[in-house]
Design a binder for this molecule. Sequence first.
Ligand SMILES: [Zn+2]
Length: 263
Amino acid sequence: MRLKIALLFAVLCFTPCFAQADGSYTDIQTDINIILQSYQGYIKGSEIKNDLTYLLLSNGEKLVYDDKLPKSFEEKLENPDLKDTLSLVYPLKNPIDKMNLNDDPGRFRSLALLKAVYGKNKKDVRTNLIRVNFCGKKLFFNKQNGAAEALKNIGAELLALTKIQPQLKKYITPLGGTFKWRNIAGTSRLSPHSFGIAIDLNPKRSAYWRGHSQTTIAEFSRLNYPPEIVAIFEKNGFIWGGKWYHFDTMHFEFRPEIIAKAR
Ligand SMILES: [Zn+2]
């Protein structure tokens, strides 16, 4: 722990000034600090080169904060820079009803960052998986960056919640699953399940945007999904796929930077 705090202090002290011509100083510095704090030990620092800001990862790679390329929504899904990944603010409000068009906070993911933290391929990720006791089931989850520990805490809190409110059990079990090296349905992008940082609760109590009309998607309400379950995940650094315009209500994903920005 002391080493982690010392590392963070070193990183923050040597983070260069992010003042930009467009006056977005605070936004850049806030975003960079959020990423540094959410991925402590995986990022060495940052640098500015040819007017672009980069994060220097501990594995030797560097990631551009803002590539300054104009991108459509689809292009941000395919190839986001770090700024894009934090560009939509996740709502911590519970319960929540409708979401605005393409408001999908957390669906822009930096695969390079996820690979650096949780494993660069299926074999690497597998070596980082540990078994977690979750509501009486043993699940595989990634031990890096405190993901498995966070899931374990959620399991304990959900167990306590369902003792008081047993009617909520049906939303949790039978579970959909955690780790699976695969692409997101209908895309060639790796799913966060590939990194062992996402869990699907009971698929029978879930709704998924694919297969619905644009009108149904736009009018979809999240009010009938238990806000108590969502709040427990969020408290522990997970986002809920229900809070996406393109909803996936059984899906919860460990994304401490998205929750940190929301706060
Ligand atoms: Zn999922």
